[in-house]
Design a protein around this ligand. Sequence first.
Ligand code: NDP
Length: 334
Amino acid sequence: SPPSKGFVYEQHGPPDQVLRMVELPPVPVKENDVCVKMLAAPINPSDINRIEGVYPIRPQVPAVGGSEGVGEVHAVGSAVKSLSVGDRVIACPTTFGTWQTYVVKEESVWHKVSKNVPIEYAATVTVNPMTALRMMEDFVELNPGDAIVQNGSSSMVGQCIVQLARIRGVQSINLIRERPGSEELKEKLKKLGANEVFTENQLEIKNVKSLLNNIQEPALGFNCVGGNAASLVQKFLRQGGTMVTYGGMAKKPITVSTSSFIFKDLSLRGFWLQKWMNTEKAQDCRAMADQLLSFVEQGELKYEMELVPFIEFDTALNYALGKSGSRPKQVLTF
Ligand code: NDP
């Protein structure tokens, strides 16, 4: 491969302290390898947690950061059959080390995608949209007219849930935190198909269900925040409902009232895409990526992103760390 530039960490710690831009020496492209010139790669919460050292599966240090992304095939090894120079590819399932200009990995890591899809969508399809899709399928059977409730609705996963629900005729009740821009955010989510959007402090009332107009009580809820936001999701759930926790943005534990266990018989479940990727069903992940990208092409699925040139990595990282308030998903472009 050509020499590569990458953001590397040699020890775990706060990402803005431990990441360094490093000139990486050329890597030999072995017979089954494909060298990809990266085009775009996002900064996801799990990438940050891996660098902090608090994520269960993480690469050995020193490591290049990043886990998903899209690029263009730059060179192929002599035994590579399925890909050729110029193809656009994503790492699917995800891989380690996408925050660098050239990535060399085995052919089997890469999945060819259409060039009609904007690079930022190809770069981000394998983590968040896939999580949204799995969680809509794997816990409670949803039929048209049913409803779901979620917190963290402004996240990329949250925006995908709103739209996947809309596509299936499922109604969505969406919780966001109170912060500058929350009114505009409500409108944006409604444009994507959200049926109801509430800020958490609108829900400091006894009977939150009185706020629902013509929406069924949801049997399924999603929680990526924790703390009070998780309690609010439970309040909306119907008798026997299930709350699926997949993130902990507020870093606060989930509490469940005794009465909601006894009188509502709620179920609390968890979802982790990385574990799903180790099951047999993961064979479907490329078909799922294709399906999600075709929704993007058809204009059925969109989400907010901010494209940041790779050389301005520090700015993107600070935004992704939430140091300047709420920002859309940061996507590095190369
Ligand atoms: P984004 O980076 O797109 O958005 C971050 C979200 O977190 C925003 O909704 C933001 O709200 C919210 N947020 C940030 N800080 C706080 C806080 N202190 N309290 C409450 N909310 C906060 O998120 P992603 O879509 O990439 O990921 C969302 C969650 O899903 C993350 O927790 C991530 O780890 C998890 N995830 C889990 C997976 C799994 O397999 N379990 C797979 C994929 C993602 P605001 O807009 O108000 O700033």
